[in-house]
Design a binder for this molecule. Sequence first.
Ligand code: ADE
Length: 842
Amino acid sequence: MLLFLLLILQTSLKGSCTSVSGHCRFPLGMEDGRVKDKDITASSKWYETTGPQFARLNREEGDGAWCPEGQLQHSDSQYLQVDLSVLTFLTLVGTQGRYARGLGKEFARAYRLNYSRDGLTWKAWKNRQGNTVIEGNKNTYAIVYKELHPSIIARYVRLIPVTELSSTVCMRVELYGCPWHDGLISYSAPEGQLMMPPGYPPASLNDSIYDGTHERSCSGGLGQLTDGVVGMDDFLLTHEKQVWSGYDYLGWRNDSQGTQGHVEMEFVFDRQRNFTSMKVHSNNLFTRGVKIFSSVSCWFKPRLIANWEQETVTFRTVLDDRNPSARYVTVPLNQRTAKALRCRFYFADVWMMFSEISFQSGENPHPDLKTSTHGELKVKSNDPTEETNTPILIGCLVTIILLLVVIIFLILWCQCVCKVLEKAPRRILDEEVTIRLSSCSPANTDPHYERVFLLDPQYQNPAVLRNKLPELPQSAEASACGGGYAEPDVTQCTPHQSFHSNAPHYAETDIIRLQGVTGSNMYAVPALTVDSLTRKDISAAEFPRQQLIFREKLGEGQFGEVHLCEAEGLPEFLGEGSPLPDRDSRPVLVAVKQLRADATLQARNDFLKEIKIMSRLDDPNIIRLLCVCVSSDPLCMVTEYMENGDLNMFLSQREIESTLTHANSIPSVSLCDLLHMAVQISSGMKYLASLNFVHRDLATRNCLVDRRLTIKIADFGMSRNLYSSDYYRIQGRAVLPIRWMAWESILLGKFTTASDVWAFGVTLWEIFTLCKEQPYSLLSDEQVIENTGEFFRNQGRQIFLYSPPLCPPSLFEVMMRCWSRNITDRPTFDGIYQTLRRHVRE
Ligand code: ADE
């Protein structure tokens, strides 16, 4: 429905624009399969699995792309051919390389386009400067879109990868445009002429993009009269930059050879059509001797090999000496049937200039509103003076309003029904859930105790669960808000509210503000305002972006990408005492976080804010910002590169060191390594706590590991798909790492260093389970929240994470203290650090 609305809106907007190509950008079906496999062919393929049918953008079938056979040479003309089944107005091409889930390496750095309307005569696409080569991809995954200026009218398209050096190339492709309903496949006209307006540069009124032959006259092709670019009132002005004046018009002088009083043009169509009208966009700048034609006579031919029929259609225009606007002149063609037309346009002044000609034929019930084969709506004409689209616009707007009312009604109704359903008792699962968990009930204080825990079936209903959540007494809340951690501003000590309240603690805006631009969750920092951010707030130095050489993509967030880059001359740039590790004369590798080019203003501000925060942090266990590129777009921040990726991935791929791992050379870590990691994280957190920074999302997924097993705390936020199951979505609003969150963060929205300590306990638990299991893996998200209520009630029914088999009991005690119900009972990071250091020494 939304798509429909958008299409209508798009259609209605078309009426007010000057260029058809600006709106005609529908994907033509490579990605979604509307273009059938049989219609995608190629000059060759490397293997069956890299055949042309795999050339679909964003698809990963087969080996992930079309690859022509062998190494492509500079002189080669291997091609991928797409048959679009109908004549199509093409405006945009998107290409991608072979990603193949990270295994692919091949892409086309450049390509050419050939096209054909009949499958027999092929034409090479050229841009307005006459270049045929289009810049292609720079890596295997990113889509590069190229606008076609001029656009192409064709049914068949060939993409021809181009390479300077011998190399393997692979491509995935989408074509964008809309069906070409006119059915015009060629026109011929006398060559346009040069005008020398006194006091102005010469205006060349030729058909510079004509794709037929230019022998005295133009024949057998299409060009400026069908490129969708409507000329301006002043013909000397142009829509395109870097072209000569008069570019948008094809124009003739009355007294010149071949134009004695008229200009004759012929039009050939794809099939016999029943013509209703012809629209000619004409200039009328009479002050410079230009006027629309005074009359036109057209002859018709039912077949190509036939004589012109005797009977003509003649139409006289009303000449206008008052309004100098360029305009569409509609010529009625009286439902004449023909495959070809010859029209003679008679001069009304010294010059006659056309920028567009279109035909409306009987197949289309309404000449202005056409339905494409793909179901989109397309407005063809936009003449503001002659015809108006107002009724259509009004119709569309009324439809939109009605639809919106229906949608709003449906949403309200849905919400109502959902509420009723939520209140209704759910099917109760009378199932015993056996959970290997240790409990901290008063009756069982042994942390190694494992018991069979019978979940009360009523708690399996989230609605019941929420009702069961604690009614927080004022006093309890007051104590929850107090505690030993003075955290100005960031502590949200909200008034008494249950989780079920209408005013959730995690309003979407709160969460978005916390979220860094590349998906990062910024450390919560006291008293930082977005508005006040300027370049001078950023203490990191500006690095010349051309010295960042892309190596590979490390990750992707909602608002940008992280790339591994080589930073040329970075040590010299950073100077003496630079924080870079020893390089052993190897190139300096850095991680470059880059904001998407189309990011919103809010995202830009957040990105700068993230930079500002990071540039304040200076600790060996916090990821370090080295420099930035913010003087131009895209905004970039450059951080240290950590060769071993994130700690979760690192540990989950390892076993604990043993004779077996030695013998089988399985990647391993020792208990001592694990302890050392824990010490480093506690040290980094000690530093953050000393600055009153609250992290809010401490977890192994947010720690990075370098080649020497140094751990640095970072923050990638919640946008990485890999870890999406670690985050809980509250009714589509906030995304929360509930399994790492203290009870007061979940129930009261209160994030403090003490809640970071809780998360540290869970992170420690992850480390000693070698990240092989998600915390509370046997509990659903709802049950985790239910358990939070138990933590609050503190009646001995709360479930704790079990002691990992590898974990020394004294260390599990540290974890348990981190999960103390009373905030003041939790250790400080300094305390944790000292305790863990003692463990390392023992
Ligand atoms: N992924 C994101 N940032 C990174 C970094 N700094 N080092 C390694 N991998 C990363």
